[in-house]
Every structure is written in C-alpha cells, then in structure tokens.
Write a protein that binds this ligand. Sequence first.
Ligand SMILES: [Mn+2]
Length: 316
Amino acid sequence: MNFSDLLLQEIEAADIITIYRHVHPDCDAVGSQFGLFNWLKENWPEKQVYALGREKCTQGHWPETDEVSDETIRNSLAIVLDTANTARIDDERAMSASKVIKIDHHPNREPFGDVQMVFDSSAATCEILTELLTGTRYPVSSVTARYFYAGILTDTLCFRTSNTTAHTLKMAAVLAEHEFSIPELNRELFDRTISEFEFASYLRSAVRFTEHRNMGYVILSQDELNRFHLKGSEARNYIDEIGHISELEVWCVFTERISVKGIYDGSLRSKHVSVNDIAEHFNGGGHKNASGVKDLTEIDLKDIIQQLKSKAESTD
Ligand SMILES: [Mn+2]
C-alpha cells in the first residue's frame, strides 16, 4: 500500500482528528497544519477536525487554533506535522491519542507514533503533504494549495536551500496551478513594516568589519534595542541582513540583555568554517554554520570576537 492510501485509510477510519505542529511554529509548521485541516474539513465535513497549538507564527496570516478537551484528544487520530521529537510538539497531549501519525521531513532521530511518514529528502512537510494528498481521489482546493505553497516557499528560503530538489519544484508547480495569487502571498510573507525596515537599515549601518574584511559583526546595546522596541532575540533574527556579503566568512549579531547591563547573547553564522565548536565555550552551540551563544560578559565578548576573527582568517 502506498502512503497516500495508508493516510486515507487512517483518516476514513477516524471520527475525530487532531492536528499538531512544533513549538515556535514557522510557516511550514502552520502551513502543513492548516492545509491538512482545510482539506479534511472540505472533504469530510461530518468529521470533527481540530488544529492545535498555543504559540503563534509571526510570519504571514493564519487562522486561530482550536481548544479541545483531553477526552477529545484521547479519542482522536493525532497527526503530528513537521515535528522531529515529542518534546517539541506544541501540545503535550498529542501522544495520548488513540493513534498517532508522524509526518515530517527532519531526520528521524526520535521515531514516534503508530504510523510514520518521514521523508528527510523533502525540503518541507508541505512538500510531503502535497504529494500525499494529491495522490488521493479527494480534491485539493486553492485555499489548501496556498497554505502548502507558503510552507514550501519559506522552508526553502524561496527555493534557495540545498535541499530544494526537482521534486520540491514539481510539488510547488502542482500547487501553483491553483487559483491563488503568488505575488500577494509573497507580500504577505515577506513585506516589512516601516519600523522593521528602519531597524534593518540601522543594523546594516552598524556592522563592523575586521581588518581582513572577512568577518562582520554588530553589537547592540540595551539603549539601541529599546529605541527600536525590540527584544534581543527579535533583533538577532535580522542576522540574514548581513548574511549576503561575498567577502564575509563569519558574521554575527550580539545583543545586550534588556534586564542585565553588560551581559550579551549572540547569533553566529559562517559559510565554511565551524562556529559551533567556539559557541560551545560560550554557553551555546548549534550547527556547524549557525550557532548561538549566551550570557557573555564584555570580556567574553572581546574573547569570542577574537576567536571568530582568527577562524575567519584561517580561510584567507
Ligand atoms: Mn519544515
């Protein structure tokens, strides 16, 4: 039996279906969730279908989630989307459901659920769902297609990541055949407010480049963050603003704690050299080319900048 038939069989057997996503949801998490939710509601109006999750996705416009009782969840088929491990499910009750299906594209390091549809060569969970749902005889509407397209578009950083394949583009093309405006969706997802634009301009103007000009960094004080009404984490999310400079090997953004003067957190990025080994010495860690650090004193800050600078220069 193929995965589309298997999914259909499970859906048809369930009267109640609850759908989950991960904490700190991105557009692939909510896009896959509301796309599947909408497809189920349109094709099985008699079933009770619920989309769950407390945290909101800050990019794009998404429907509100549902409130359901513990008993409803226990009697439901749970479908967990875009979530690699149970600790990251945004509703710890998911695993109490009578049956659990995991659908995801992250490496399956923590298998969970009764049925798993994990394809780690897919660029997005929305890419997997497009394949699964269009493989059934039930129609995918333009509303569903728009949700899935948003997930694929954002998880691939607009089809730029290395995991963007011919299959990714084929699924996006299948979705794009539906009636929805791609330019409007792009504006919804990527347009900025004037204050966001002003902060991005400020961040760019505040970059300091090292002598070898292959590392750039920004240190933002409490005063600067307060001026733009931003939390440190929100400001550090703008790191991509300085991530497209051809000479740079390493780039970082450090932000002073709003609550504690003289203590800094930081985001580190690199093209080739590893930064996670350095991050581990500064209360942090992460991936080879993308890491975070926290609780740095001003002395630590000087120290880490020196270490990152030497790392960047080793590629000269
Ligand atoms: Mn994803």
